[in-house]
Design a protein around this ligand. Sequence first.
Ligand code: ATR
Length: 272
Amino acid sequence: MKNDSQTFALFGNPVAQSLSPLMLGAAFREMKIDASYRALRVEDARDIPGKMEKMDIRGASITIPHKTGIMPYLDAVSDSAARIGAVNTVTRTDGGLQGDNTDWIGLVCALSEALEIKGKRFTVLGAGGAARAAVYGILHEGGIPTVVNRTTEKGQQVAKELGCDFHPLDQIQAVTGDCLINTTPVGMFPDTDASPVRADTLERFEWVMDTIYNPLETRLLKDAAGAGCQTISGATMFVHQGAQQIRIWTGLQPPTDLMKRVVLERLRDETD
Ligand code: ATR
């Protein structure tokens, strides 16, 4: 008997904490797609293509620490993923394994719910893969990003490669902008008292976004609300990057509102 059920997976290390299985599983059910989505821990990115073949996995989400390491093992990589230097989505196609990056689209969708990106100035904290996705997305939409990073060399490198300004983190007081975006892990569970910047830095920004979604309201976002800024949660970006994965894999419109609801419910339960 032919089994038409499709298999999707998340590859990373660790994966136990990920909300992708909950969110994408709920989306497939709502879309009436006969599919399973499971989290698989892998230590070495080079093992991912073999596992996809063996387990007949049609599409995979790739998370920390394999977003860059997977790239040499793919048959094709989208222009955006190549420029960002990270792949978070792999699809098995007739032409082999295709790599994409949906983090930048997730960020653009999350920002666009709150403001018009075009012509606005964004201060991007950090210089890792998430920062590169943010800078790429902002430039793509006609915004003006500035990278601010603790380590000058790394920040300068990202700014030069993608085409924007750079300032060291210890000089952030000199940086102005419309929206501040944190892409560093500072403030992530369990270090929930930490913030990448002092609270008195924030009143200069009309909007403050965190790419961290656990906790839902980071210390940065609490400080930002206290300083009168509008805040944008990392959960919104997470939902939109997952929604884009579903579009790539199925060609169908995902139930974004439902995905957001299940993610927010779970994260709120965790803070209770
Ligand atoms: P990802 O690829 O997930 O974005 P990453 O490559 O580990 O993650 O990048 C994390 C970024 O957060 C880096 O730019 C890092 O700054 P450095 O380049 O100076 O290492 C930044 N970061 C991490 N911890 C930080 C801290 N305590 N204060 C300020 N920046 C920090």
